[in-house]
Design a protein around this ligand. Structure first.
Ligand SMILES: C[S@@+](CC[C@H](N)C(=O)[O-])C[C@H]1O[C@@H](n2cnc3c(N)ncnc32)[C@H](O)[C@@H]1O
Length: 226
């Protein structure tokens, strides 16, 4: 799969808290943001004293190259939001333009942290389904807008291997959302992924979360050792 098929569009700590229904207690252990892209979760949580790593193939690029990649896709994403506005809930942001500005503010927070964070080992170049981390290294692994979102380029087998890998390295895994990008339908990979994880001895739950931008996208998947 080409990296270009996945857009670099990043969300804030406040959005991560809502998307994954994160309470203060959830933020105490070491966290992995898998497919973190230009999200500011790692920058903001680190600034607040949290322990967090982000991994993404995007991190092979420099801050200037990542900025160019975001700028190159920015108008296309906004056009998509304008054309399919009815598929989204416009309460947090009134317009696609307001959302775009929020995403650029998030990008700025990420960019301010990225060079120093990469040097410190907080931004790791790595791709699912194989990650360079030890078993049980993280208390919690988060994956936002990658798995299930990109159901078309990534197969069921890829999703199953990716979730097993995340469950190997973290005591608990949370994935949001469970819908495919734009179509708004629940990912066809969700059911076979849940069956596969249960046969491997994991507990799997679909939980409601206090976040809904994609209409109907207000649930996350939780995976943990039963
Ligand atoms: C839509 S962005 C989401 C960024 C962030 N998680 C958020 O929600 O704000 C998806 C990210 O997944 C990354 N990605 C693509 N393929 C990946 C893979 N195989 N393993 C890990 N990350 C990947 C992309 O580079 C991109 O930064």
């Amino acid at each position: 799969m080409k990296l270009e098929a996945v857009v670099p569009w990043g969300r804030s700590l406040a959005e991560y808290r809502a998307m994954f229904d994160l309470r203060d207690a959830d933020l105490h252990g070491e966290i992995l943001d898998c497919g973190g892209g230009p999200a500011s979760f790692t920058a903001e949580h680190t600034a607040q004293g949290g322990r967090v790593l982000a991994c993404d193939p995007l991190y092979q690029f420099s801050a200037a190259e990542i900025t160019r990649r975001v700028e190159a896709t920015y108008e296309t994403i906004l056009d998509g939001l304008r054309q399919h506005g009815d598929r989204f809930v416009w309460n947090q942001w009134a317009t696609p333009e307001a959302l775009g500005q929020a995403r650029l503010a998030t990008l700025d927070l990420f960019l301010a942290d990225f060079p120093v964070g990469k040097a410190a080992g907080r931004y790791v170049v790595a791709s699912l389904p194989r990650l360079p981390f030890a078993a049980g290294q993280f208390e919690l692994a988060l994956c936002s807008h990658l798995l299930f979102t990109y159901s078309e380029p990534f197969s069921t087998a890829f999703h199953q291997a990716a979730l097993r890998e995340l469950a190997r390295i973290a005591r608990e895994v949370r994935v949001f959302p469970l819908l495919e990008n734009f179509s708004g339908c629940r990912s066809p990979h969700l059911e076979p992924v849940m069956v596969n994880l249960r046969t491997q001895g994991y507990a799997v739950q679909i939980c409601p979360v206090p976040y809904e931008f994609q209409r109907g996208g207000n649930q996350m998947l939780r995976v943990y050792r039963a």
